[in-house]
Ligand binder design. Structure first.
Ligand code: G3H
Ligand code: ZN
Length: 291
């Protein structure tokens, strides 16, 4: 199944696929193992920074290697690529999913750049990459993917406007749309409050075959995640909670045994810590046993 087909199914059946970020092969393994155990698809994501650290070709090679090892669909997304050039780099390297995030630009510039990537993805598709799924973003997502020791105030004017969303999707031809509805990147001192009504309005305004994506999933209470999925979210991004679990496990490991200098031994605890979060999220999203 293609990612677009899975997302269509998720929208119809009211569950969500998990998108999880990585920048180390161990983290990618944790994501694929958790998805395989849950019998669901894995969407591996690299931001521009994560991709530069690991290497675009290396990320593609890892996806291909994990596809051989596990019997579940595995996709690789270029997450929050903030220029047409960066998104093209990922497509050229072999990514099968692109999130072109030009939400910081004017509406017209966002439409124009996103459309270019939708067209480019169609041009370069091949036997090896028959479908490249493209996500655009509309609205202002505050915060950053780390622990922020401050309150982040989200204003209603940051939210995605349903009519503009419909216009954006029609003009760009994207397969997925990332929306701002009270979600905040990273973990902040205040809990996010999602505007569930707004999600429903966007879901009604946008054609059924365009998946709605909720970024900034870390720190959102479980009941709000469930309500967001019921309202029409089909894909949820989690990064910071996984980063915290991974890093804390390494810190604990070194505190327990400062003489441990064997990467494959201390990495194992970090991988397990990530898997605990991944299992919880996949259950929460209703994604288990869907493949
Ligand atoms: O694109 C990545 C995400 O939106 C992750 O956000 O760090 O708040 O989970 P998060
Ligand atoms: Zn995001």
């Amino acid at each position: 199944m293609t990612l677009n087909e899975i997302l269509k199914q998720a929208t119809q059946e009211h569950w969500a696929t998990g998108h999880f970020n990585f920048s180390e092969s161990d983290q990618a393994r944790a994501i694929c193992e958790a998805a395989n155990e849950a019998r669901t698809c894995a969407i591996l994501g690299t931001s521009e920074g994560e991709a530069k650290h690991l290497g675009y070709f290396q990320a593609v090679a890892l996806r291909d290697a994990f596809r051989k090892e596990f019997g579940v669909p595995i996709f690789l997304n270029a997450d929050h690529h903030k220029s047409v050039e960066a998104a093209k780099t990922a497509i050229d390297a072999g990514y099968d999913s692109i999130h072109i995030d030009l939400s910081a630009l004017s509406f017209e510039d966002n439409v124009a750049g996103t459309e270019k990537i939708v067209e480019y993805a169609k041009q370069v598709k091949s036997d090896k990459l028959p479908v490249i799924s493209v996500e655009g973003e509309l609205g202002y997502l505050r915060g950053s993917r780390k622990i922020q020791n401050e309150k982040i105030e989200v204003r209603p004017e940051d939210y995605t406007d349903p009519e503009q969303a419909a216009d954006f999707v029609r003009r760009t031809g994207v397969d997925r749309l990332a929306i701002a509805v009270g979600n905040i990147h990273g973990i902040s001192l205040n809990e996010p409050t999602l505007d569930i009504e707004r999600i429903k309005q966007i879901r009604t305004a946008v054609p059924d075959d365009v998946a709605l994506v909720l970024h900034a999933g870390s720190g959102i209470p479980d009941d709000q995640i469930k309500a967001a999925i019921t309202a029409g979210i089909a894909n949820i991004h989690i990064n910071t909670e996984l980063r915290v679990a991974y890093t804390q496990a390494l810190k604990d490991e070194f505190q327990k045994d400062p003489s441990n200098v064997i990467p494959y031994k201390y990495d194992a605890s970090a991988r397990e810590a990530m898997k605990t979060i991944l299992r919880q999220k996949l259950q929460l999203f209703g994604a288990a046993n869907r493949i």
